[in-house]
Design a protein around this ligand. Structure first.
Ligand code: PFF
Length: 436
């Protein structure tokens, strides 16, 4: 068998993993979920779940990847010693394909908005503009273009493609967002947005805790890319010297920082135009922000910078979603990477086209189905790490971890008991909202 790709450096791995985590989930999905679920109340529950479930869960996924040294199907099969491991890995691959199918459609919207922002084409009639291009043949074209960019990167492999691109794009995203957040703070009419986003509304939280929990947990997993096997795949390319607990914390903190930063741009700007981001659903970002860009000085430049940042964030996440099925073909059947990239991209071109043409299916898949699949995937990872691997998982946690190794037993306890209960609870809350 050919030798597997590896990251050139630990920093490269961390940047690629933050690149996977920080994406449309932080910038596009987060504002409308937050605003639709009580603003600060949602933010509080979401942050609590990121810390208590997301971080130990992400670490569990990393442990599986580095221990298994393969993509999900092979890794889970060898670690569990059971054919069910492959089935679970196949479920992971399906999850990445499904997420990327809608992700690429949104990526296409963003690509289009980046290209037309310098002309202000959508400023005057944002609602009609999004209505005309959101779903339909034009959406298909831009989805294919976005997918082409992503495939072009994965084509070149882990270190020459993914690592290289992440090292440039991720810092660029941060610089652009910091600049935009500073600009936003100087704009009129944004105070209500900051209050809604950052003020703490305890009453709302107590009254709606059960209904906020499902979407908050779903978003916490989605934003950290946990439960789909992408982080497992990325961790299969690192060596034993790097400290998994340290890397996990760095990744989660950076991702949260980028998410909160994006919220500091998007939410105050939407409020400054009297737009309630919770109402508009997936199109809210595009429609609501256009009004802000139109009415504020320097709107075209700012709009272009904003959508360029979102585009780069989307690309670095989409490459992790494409890498997982591509590398699975490479690992499982020995298909050359380039051929595997073309094959999987061909499949995604079709599935994404389906979603570009149907708003209701798109909404269902990008909300509920994605959340459910990630929760199921994470639940399975937790059971494997917490109940099957145990000592091996502790050893993998400790390898390269130095003094943080003392935390391994309490982490394992959390993974075995606390996390599965929380994940089941949030799964039932999501399922309940489907039925009810
Ligand atoms: N974390 C990405 C985001 O927030 O946009 C989305 C994502 C990427 C989810 C990879 C799952 C995944 F495996």
């Amino acid at each position: 068998m050919a030798t597997r790709d590896t990251w050139v450096s630990n920093l490269g791995f961390v940047l690629a993993a933050v690149g996977s985590a920080a994406g449309l989930g932080n910038i596009w999905r987060f504002p409308w979920l937050t605003a639709g679920n009580g603003g600060s109340a949602f933010l509080a529950v979401y942050l609590a779940i990121v810390v208590s479930v997301g971080v130990p869960g992400l670490l569990a996924e990393f442990v599986l990847g580095r221990r298994g040294r393969q993509t999900p199907m092979g890794a889970l099969r060898s670690l569990t010693g059971s054919r069910w491991g492959s089935v679970l890995g196949a479920f992971n691959v399906l999850t990445t394909l499904l997420i990327l199918s809608f992700y690429s459609v949104v990526g296409g919207w963003i690509l289009r908005y980046t290209l037309v922002s310098p002309t202000g084409a959508y400023f005057a009639q944002p609602q009609q503009y999004f209505g005309a291009i959101g779903y339909g043949f034009e959406a298909v074209g831009f989805h294919l273009l976005f997918l082409g960019i992503v495939a072009g990167i994965v084509f070149f492999g882990v270190n020459r493609g993914i690592e290289r691109v992440s090292k440039v794009m991720l810092p660029a995203v941060v610089v652009l967002l910091v600049g935009l957040a500073a600009w936003t703070a100087t704009q009129p009419g944004t105070a209500a947005g900051y209050a809604f986003y950052l003020g703490f509304d305890g009453e709302y939280l107590f009254a709606n805790f059960a209904s906020v929990l499902g979407p908050a947990a779903g978003q916490a997993l989605f934003t950290l890319s946990v439960g789909a096997g992408t982080m497992l795949t990325y961790a299969s390319y690192i060596d034993e010297d790097s400290s998994l607990p340290r890397d996990t914390i760095v990744i989660a903190v950076s991702n949260t920082f980028i998410g909160v930063l994006a919220g500091l741009v998007v939410i105050p700007l939407l409020f400054s135009q009297g737009v309630d981001p919770g109402q508009g659903g997936p199109g809210a970002l595009f429609v609501g922000l256009a009004a802000a860009f139109e009415s504020l000085p320097g709107g075209r430049v700012v709009a272009t910078a904003f959508f360029a940042a979102v585009l780069m964030a989307a690309v670095t996440s989409a490459i992790s979603l494409l890498e997982t099925p591509v590398a699975t073909l490479v690992d499982a059947v020995g298909m050359p990477r380039r051929r595997a990239t073309l094959l999987i991209s061909g499949v995604l071109a079709l599935t994404g086209t389906g979603l570009s043409l149907s708003a209701p299916i798109f909404q269902f898949v990008s909300g509920t189905v994605a959340d459910l699949m990630l929760s199921v995937g994470l639940f399975a990872f937790l059971v494997i790490v917490g109940w099957m691997l145990r000592e091996d998982a502790i050893a993998e946690f400790r390898a390269g971890a130095g003094r943080m190794g003392v935390l391994a037993p309490s982490w394992l306890f959390t993974v075995s008991w606390l996390l599965p209960v929380v994940v089941l609870f949030s799964l039932s809350s999501t399922l309940g909202s489907l039925v009810g």
